[in-house]
Structures are given as C-alpha cells and as structure tokens.
Design a protein around this ligand. Sequence first.
Ligand SMILES: [Zn+2]
Length: 405
Amino acid sequence: MASSSIGTGRPKTRGIVLNSIRAARTISRIELAARTGVTPATITQVVRELMDHGLVVEVGRGASTGGKPRTLLQLNPQARYAVGVLLERNICVLVIVDLNGRQVARTSFPGTALLPPEKALALVAAQVDALIDAAGVARERVLGVGLATYGPQDRQAGVLLTHMPTAEWFEYPIAQRLSKLLSLPVLLDNDAAAAAIGEYWLGAVKQGTYGCLYMASGLGGGVVVDGEVYRGSSSNGVAIGHITVDINGRPCGCGNYGCLANYADPSAVIEQALNESSLGRRLGLDPGDTDVMTAFRRIATAADAGDPDALRLIERSGRLLGTAAVTMASLFDLDLIVLAGPSLAAAASLYQSVIEEEVQRRTFVRPAHPVRVITSVSGSDAAAIGGAVLVLQGELAFLELGTPA
Ligand SMILES: [Zn+2]
C-alpha cells in the first residue's frame, strides 16, 4: 500500500499521534507528549497540522492540575474512513468504519462460491462501490480496503498461496486486481489476525496481549501482542487449525497429518453429522453441498435447540477447539482468548462454555493466572471490521494530507 507523504516530513510521528488520540478518545497535548515520547513543541506543530486538515478537533477543557486547564483533543471520526472485506467462499461481509474504527455501514452476501478470481473480485468491487455510495461517504475520504481472507498468503505481494477454492486462485494478484477495480489501496490480511486486532481497536478488549480463535469455513488463530498483531516471519502465524491432534491421523491438504481442523472445523462436523447418526438426514444436509457454512449453521442451530446428536457434535468440536485454546495460552502465556468468526458465532455460548472448561482444566499457566474465554463483540463481522482497522492502523502512519480543507 504505497502512499507518499508531504508537508513536514513527519508522517510517522503523525501516525503515532493519531493512534494515541484514538486510543485515548480525548487527550491533552501535554498528555500526548508524555504518552508518545515526542517533544511538546513537535506535538504542538503536528496537532496544528492535523487540525488544519480537519482530522483532529478541540473538544473543551479538561480538569486543571494546578496550572491553566488543558484543552482536550479528539479525532474527527468523519474525516477519514476505511473499508473492510471478509472474503469467503460461503460468506462475504463488507463494512465501512470511521476514523475511530466504529462501523458506519455494513452489507453481506452469500460468498463467491467457486467463481474464478476475476469474477469473484468484480462481484466484491461492485458491492464495495454500492456500499460507499449508500453510506454517503465521500470516496476521497476512504483510505483503503482491508481484504481479510484465509491463508496461507503472501501478505506483502497480496496473493493467496492456496489452491482454494480452485487452482486459479493460487498466486492470483487479488489485492492488486481489487485495488485496480476500486481505485483504492487494498491491503491483504489473514482473517484470524484481522479479527483479533479488531477487538482491541473497538475497545472490547482493554488489554494489549491476547489470543483469538477464528472459525469461518476453516479454523485459524491470531495473537495480539502490545496492541499489534503477532506477525511471525511471513504473517502466517498461529495456524492453530493445523496443529496435530492425532499423530496417526489422516493426511491434511496442508502437508501435515492429523490436523485439528480435520476433526473440528465445519466440514468435519458436517461429515460427522452425515456419517454418525440420522442428524444429517434429519437436517436435510447434502453430502455434495459446497456451502459448508450454511450446513454447519443448521447443525449449530439444532444444537442450540437441544438436539442431542447436534449437541454431541458441537461439544466434540468445542473440546478440540479447547485444545487449540490451551495450546495458544500455553505457547504465548495468554490470559484471554476471544472467540470470533461466523461459525463460532453460530453456536457462541455452547463453544464458549466448553472451551472455557477445557482451558480452566488443562492450561499449563493455570497456577500463575486464570485464562478467560470470551466471545467477540463483532461475531460474524470480526474479520471484516479488523480488515478495515488494519487499514486505519497502517495508513494513518503514512497519511497523505494534501492541501488543508
Ligand atoms: Zn493441516
């Protein structure tokens, strides 16, 4: 996402100041200096520049601490926007968030199925254009699009390194193509990583370090450390669906054996519903159906309604996800795991209680501190909101201000 900076040559400081104001909601110049380590003189200049461009506004005075009362600053939420897209075969969610990360518009459609990338992206682009128009957001105020989807992926190059859903998607330049269709910068990111960071920006999670289990059609994880997504060496970290839970297990498409996802993700649960009881037949599931998320939702709804067969399958999936949560907590010494994504949202309270039970019983760090398990505030939309948030977080550091309004 290349963009140039103009003006004072302080784009990075500008980004730090903007992010600090956003995190504090309201803050004085002197507190900003203390919090960022930037000199008060530079803070004054940067804030002046941001106010000239309408990004920051003064909102009255805080309590005096002896001297004269301090003028408080706030972001102007309508000054800039970001778009977030969750791209999945069985669901696409589109959101627009303002400068504070608050959602101002949302839409969804049933996914891009097995469409080739060219057609799928044209469909997504048309929906993004329509949403921007419907929200009445001026296009020049949109910083960019965060495209959250499954992996593995080459985030820098903006390509997927997987043949899903079809061979044409492998190394197809999805970020570049979508950017061309929309004339907006597009940032590709991992859905679970995006979902994880969104919670922090929305203020749902107050602490800076925690883990996130994410389940849509697949199963993934994200870890946030000090308010930043843990990236590893290629931004493909915390692939928690592909840890081995059965060393004699069947081969997985990823190259490993006995992967967790193959026993616990929506496809696995559907397969169990079709093979182990009358549940699949009772719910009208079709073994050839490629819409795994709709079929999975039927099982989750049946479990919520108390169907014993459905309950058994969701509980089994939940116990295995508990293993994922225990592993994450043990590896990263976490005291909080957030559950996000459309498939976890489909049976949120069932999953939450089973996973929490496993974590409380089995985590290595248990004597040192408890590990809480909570459900995402954004549920099915977590990855889309996080995608938009990652655009804000990244673009604010390199914001092109142009001429003052
Ligand atoms: Zn695997």
